[in-house]
Design a protein around this ligand. Structure first.
Ligand code: HEC
Ligand code: HEC
Length: 221
């Protein structure tokens, strides 16, 4: 497998374009008379540079498995970062990233990514149409005997609902698969509370995980 987190030339190019983007967006915001305290502009640049090498300049995620952050509810994002920081959400990579963040950095990074709206990332190999169709049915209707419709909690087209139910539209398939496996591992380790994602994941088989991941990755967020 290739290194999913390039720190090579591509990373430098991303960093460079980020600086340009921040400059452009500052100009636009200044023109639209946004106050100097606009939190979307105060995301600390060096920290942000670190994020974009994996999540993309505008937080679209990467096909190799870093999730989409763009457009997600800011409270959801801030909560996720706090959990990584506290070590209560698993991820070797993100725990070490979040460890170094202050609460105010967490707040401004959450607001920054929440306000972005890049197109979804597309893998080199689009998923097979049959898998996508099956995933659409699963997401909208669920499956017998006990898989609930994904959109019953994550809202129509997986756009998300408040701080509790994150947007899952346009999420890279590799991330969805990893994350559902992680929820399943947690379900095995203890009895999940009804209505949680851990409980939902426990109802899914491997084929359904692939179907859901394929479909979600094709929805334009
Ligand atoms: C080395 C790559 C890497 C870097 C750098 C990185 N991330 Fe992540 N991030 C990931 C991966 C991989 C995940 C998925 C973790 C999991 O399995 O839950 C993730 C997950 C997240 C999540 C959870 C999103 C969700 O929808 O559940 C947030 C929020 C996040 N990262 C924010 C950030 C921010 C902000 C920065 C910069 C300060 C950053 N990340 C830097 C790779 C990275
Ligand atoms: C009963 C409500 C409910 C249903 C139904 C549900 N989810 Fe979730 N889902 C949640 C909650 C709550 C979270 C947030 C979990 C957390 O933050 O720990 C979540 C999180 C997720 C995540 C992680 C997103 C991220 O950004 O980290 C994915 C992927 C996901 N759900 C996929 C699905 C799929 C696929 C289905 C359908 C098979 C589904 N969900 C059905 C409640 C639900």
């Amino acid at each position: 497998m290739t290194d999913p987190y390039p720190t090579n030339l591509r990373g430098y190019r991303l960093r460079f374009s980020l600086v340009a983007l921040i400059a452009i967006s500052s100009v636009c915001h200044a023109q639209s008379a946004v106050t100097a305290g606009d939190p979307a502009l105060s995301a600390p640049a060096p920290t942000l540079t670190n994020c974009v090498s994996c999540h993309g300049v505008l937080g679209a995620g990467t096909a190799t498995g870093a999730p989409r952050l763009a457009g997600k509810n800011p409270d959801y994002l801030a909560h996720a970062l706090s959990m990584f920081k506290a070590g209560t959400r698993a991820s070797v990579v993100m725990q070490s990233v979040a460890h170094a963040l202050s609460d105010s950095e967490i707040g401004s990074l959450a607001v920054y990514f929440s306000a972005q709206n890049p197109p979804r990332v597309q893998g080199e190999h689009p998923p097979p149409p049959a898998l996508v169709m099956a995933g659409k049915q699963l997401a909208e209707l669920g499956a017998a005997p006990d898989v609930p419709a994904c959109f019953s909690c994550h809202a129509v087209d997986g756009k998300g609902n408040g701080a509790r139910y994150p947007s899952i539209a346009g999420e890279p398939a590799a991330f969805v698969i990893n994350r559902l496996h992680e929820f399943q591992a947690r379900a095995k380790a203890g009895t999940p509370s009804p209505g949680t994602m851990t409980a939902v994941a426990a109802t899914l088989n491997e084929r359904q995980i692939e179907e859901a991941a394929a479909y979600l990755s094709t929805i334009e967020p």
